[in-house]
Design a protein around this ligand. Structure first.
Ligand SMILES: *[C@@H]1O[C@H](CO)[C@@H](O)[C@H](O)[C@H]1NC(C)=O
Ligand SMILES: *[C@@H]1O[C@H](CO)[C@@H](O)[C@H](O)[C@H]1NC(C)=O
Ligand SMILES: *[C@@H]1O[C@H](CO)[C@@H](O)[C@H](O)[C@H]1NC(C)=O
Ligand SMILES: *[C@@H]1O[C@H](CO)[C@@H](O)[C@H](O)[C@H]1NC(C)=O
Ligand SMILES: *[C@@H]1O[C@H](CO)[C@@H](O)[C@H](O)[C@H]1NC(C)=O
Ligand SMILES: *[C@@H]1O[C@H](CO)[C@@H](O)[C@H](O)[C@H]1NC(C)=O
Ligand SMILES: *[C@@H]1O[C@H](CO)[C@@H](O)[C@H](O)[C@H]1NC(C)=O
Length: 425
């Protein structure tokens, strides 16, 4: 990470609120309009033949990530043969917000990059193997609209392996549930933009400008997380709306302005206490995704310019760290997760995503639940969304890494018999 002059940081503090406000408000209104099938959950069992014969999840030699390989350090490689891993038109579960090509984006280069760690290779994403790992399990992404993108990416990565009629997407606010009947498995999304409780917790109708966070309360959410087999948490951008944030700690009548970073630390400690008291490390796996970077000011990677992520078509080469990714928050996450007795793994996706100034929805997304108009598109200074990501795109790589890490847990060879009898790791 490169340190940046503090004058830049001050400028961020002035500019970030405006940018975030305009973008966040649509992330939420949009939830209304998601083209969900309002199916009921079909969790009754049909795939009997599969159930009686469990394919062992074996990890081949070239899928093993050697000790000492940091999968978060590496570079983006042009690979238009293998990427994208799916296409907009083959994934019916994508929402309009992320389908940049369909929304008029002229280039598709952003779909063709593969994340290549420096000292090892990532295993190729295998949807059936992943579903086998999810058998009889729930996987849940918890966080804000960035996390919803990661959820949708994961749904798209696996859905083509499941026949029609055996998969469904249901909305049970604040959850979205993708159910895979044949595997008795779900991939879920849970809206909790601050992780802890706040007045922004209603999945479809919440204020964006007015914020009030209950730094010491997580119970309303966490009762919905209990027993979930794989949990992936994320929260950042909502905290950074202003340098301070209104919050309560203890008495709900005692509202105070906290520095955003102080508030973040307190909230994460509340979350950490829940983890320590409620997680069963034998049956549950927990991940925490670090900051998803924004690309709001092109002067950061192209000195002298005055734009944003609009028209960017290629990743940044060489070292880069944007000032929007708060180093203090990175430190807080590292420290609190590091102190936990429970094994919470970091998805340290910040640096790798920093390079991807080309990956955002820009003017090829939505505002207030509607695709941008032609007039709005011609005004990228005010309308480009440099926070959310196009799909297929960068969040697919986050999921490939998640898959790689989960797969490592199955390295010890086991027979189908012992697989069926012992709890799956
Ligand atoms: C892995 O599993 C597949 C399918 O069950 C099997 O054909 C293959 O031989 C196994 N490989 C190893 C290395 O155990
Ligand atoms: C893939 O990329 C190479 C190098 O840029 C280019 O020559 C080729 O036409 C591309 N192939 C496809 C199918 O887009
Ligand atoms: C489906 O999975 C749940 C755990 O998520 C488990 O409790 C239940 O027994 C499973 N159902 C069947 C029919 O295996
Ligand atoms: C959204 O919430 C506000 C304030 O609580 C309320 O006045 C409004 O009626 C709600 N809108 C919808 C569509 O539920
Ligand atoms: C906190 O709330 C008060 C009262 O509503 C408001 O005047 C103030 O601007 C808020 N502070 C922040 C940082 O939003
Ligand atoms: C809050 O932030 C300001 C400006 O960065 C700093 O001067 C102040 O000491 C901080 N207060 C606390 C309680 O951390
Ligand atoms: C995340 O990765 C970056 C780049 O590889 C590294 O500098 C940083 O220390 C890592 N952060 C944590 C919390 O592990």
């Amino acid at each position: 990470m490169t340190a940046k002059p503090s004058s830049h940081y001050r400028r961020i503090q002035l500019l970030l609120p405006l940018a975030l406000f305009s973008v966040l408000i649509l992330g939420t209104v949009r939830v209304f309009l998601d083209n969900l099938k309002n199916n009921q959950l079909h969790l009754h069992w049909r795939g009997l033949s599969r159930r009686s014969f469990r394919v062992p999840i074996n990890v081949s030699e070239d899928e093993i990530i050697k000790d000492g390989c940091n999968v978060f350090e590496g570079k983006w490689i042009w690979d238009n043969e293998s990427y994208p891993l799916y296409r907009e038109e083959t994934c019916p579960f994508l929402v309009k917000q992320t389908t940049c090509l369909r929304n008029g984006r002229p280039d598709s280069f952003y779909q063709n990059w593969r994340w290549q760690p420096n000292s090892c290779n990532l295993p190729k994403f295998n949807a059936l193997k992943f579903l086998e790992m999810l058998r009889d399990k729930r996987l849940m992404f918890v966080g804000d609209s960035i996390q919803r993108g990661m959820f949708e990416s994961m749904v798209c990565l696996v859905q083509s392996a499941i026949p029609d009629g055996m998969k469904s997407l249901t909305r049970v606010p604040p959850r979205k549930i993708f159910a895979i009947e044949e595997f008795n498995a779900t991939i879920e999304y849970y809206w909790a933009p601050f992780i802890v409780e706040s007045i922004s917790d209603h999945a479809t109708n919440h204020t964006v400008l007015k914020r009030l966070v209950k730094l010491d309360s997580v119970a309303k959410h966490s009762k919905e997380w209990e027993g979930v087999d794989i949990l992936i948490f994320e929260s950042y951008v909502w905290w950074m709306h202003k340098p301070q944030i209104n919050a309560t700690y203890g008495s709900e009548d005692n509202i105070q302005e906290y520095n955003a970073t102080t508030a973040y630390r307190l909230a994460l400690e509340t979350w950490a206490n829940w983890i320590e008291s409620s997680i069963n490390p034998k049956t549950q796996k927990i991940f925490f995704a670090t900051i998803s970077p924004t690309h709001l000011w092109s002067w950061e990677w192209k000195p002298g310019s005055d734009g944003n992520c609009f028209t960017e078509t290629h990743p940044i080469e060489g070292s880069y760290w944007g000032t929007g990714s708060n180093l203090e928050i990175m430190g807080i996450v590292k420290e609190i997760v590091g102190k936990l007795k429970a094994n919470v793994r970091l998805l340290n996706i910040t640096q790798l995503s920093e390079f991807r100034k080309d990956g955002h929805t820009s003017v090829f997304g939505e505002r207030k639940g509607k695709l941008l108009t032609k007039e709005q598109r011609s005004d990228p200074r005010n309308y480009a969304d440099c926070i959310h990501w196009c799909l297929p795109g960068v969040p697919d790589s986050w999921n490939e890494i998640l898959y790689a890490l989960l797969l490592q847990d199955y390295q010890v060879p086991r027979s189908p018999l012992s697989e069926a009898k012992t709890p799956v790791p």
